[in-house]
Design a protein around this ligand. Structure first.
Ligand code: PRP
Length: 281
């Protein structure tokens, strides 16, 4: 197998296809393979954070097929649109389906994703392989020590109980988001489960975007007597930066599935660490 790394951060994995990528003045992504393909079995790795990224992936896939690639697999750690996995308000799109259909149409041999937001993403993708967050969270907990796992909402429950079992039965605290029925806006949290008095609490979730979910939940956990708080999220968008999270959380852990970022209160693990098994996929 040979790799085509469309984004930085994947490089340590075997021989890769050299190419030049650039964007035309009008904004259209373009790519040119730098020579003949030495193998017909290719794994493309790419972050898909923008339409530009998706466009580059599609033209790269076409270039590979024209160069003779027979089996093309894809690893996209963060799946775009995964949170828009249901139509909550009439008039909204089902965004995750739009992206899934786009990728299915490329007939990849396999699509591998890391810790998707819900079961909807893998359900929509043909030939999908899901890398769960177990190894990532285990590495974070090794730095934290004894703790309780906090599930921030109902959607996270199934995943967090699986995680707890894999990690030897760590206590789980179930929380639920309260949302305004009309607007869908977050209005608070319900916390239920074991006594939190002085306990180190680790909120585990897939994505941190603006962080309001976690800052709000941290306040609620403190009101229940929680001790040190940590946040562990697979995909760190951090659209409002790390600062708002640095107040309630002793430390934030994430991967570089979205981008590399440095901050004194942040520990970022490379998602590449969780990929070696893919080489033989
Ligand atoms: O950092 P924030 O901006 O607060 O967003 C983070 C939250 O957003 C996502 O859930 P979302 O609320 O979209 O999912 P759900 O409605 O399916 O629970 C994600 O799983 C986090 O819980």
């Amino acid at each position: 197998m040979i790799y085509l790394h469309l984004s930085p951060g994947f490089e340590p994995y075997g021989p890769s296809v050299p190419f030049q990528a650039f964007v035309f003045n009008g904004g259209e992504p373009h790519l040119k393979l730098s020579g003949p393909l030495p193998e017909t079995d290719v794994l493309i790795t790419s972050r898909l954070n923008s339409f530009q990224d998706v466009g580059l992936l599609l033209v790269a896939t076409d270039a590979l097929r024209r160069a003779g690639a027979e089996r093309i697999s894809l690893f996209v750690p963060y799946f775009p649109g995964a949170r828009q996995d249901r139509v909550m308000i009439p008039g909204e799109p089902l965004t995750v389906k739009v992206y899934a259909e786009l990728l299915n149409a490329q007939h990849y041999h396999q699509i591998t994703i890391f810790d998707p937001h819900s079961d909807v993403t893998p359900a929509l993708l043909n030939k999908v392989q899901v890398v769960d967050n177990h190894q990532f969270v285990a590495q974070c907990l090794a730095q934290i020590g004894d703790c309780k796992l906090i599930a921030p909402d109902g959607g996270a429950l199934k995943k967090i109980y699986q995680l707890s079992e894999v990690l030897g039965g760590i206590d789980v605290v179930e929380c639920r988001k309260r949302r305004d029925v009309k607007t869908g806006a977050l209005s608070g949290f319900l916390v239920s489960g074991p006594d939190l008095q002085g306990a180190t609490c680790v909120i585990v979730d897939d994505i941190c975007d603006g962080g309001a979910t976690f800052v709000g939940l941290a306040e609620e956990l403190k009101q229940h007597g929680a001790g040190d708080l940590y946040l562990v999220v697979s995909h760190g968008i951090f659209s409002r930066g790390i600062e708002p999270l640095a107040v309630p959380f002793k430390r934030v852990f994430t991967t570089d599935s979205i981008r590399a970022i440095t901050h004194p209160n942040l520990t970022q693990l490379s998602f590449s660490l969780f990929l070696p098994h893919l080489i033989n996929a």
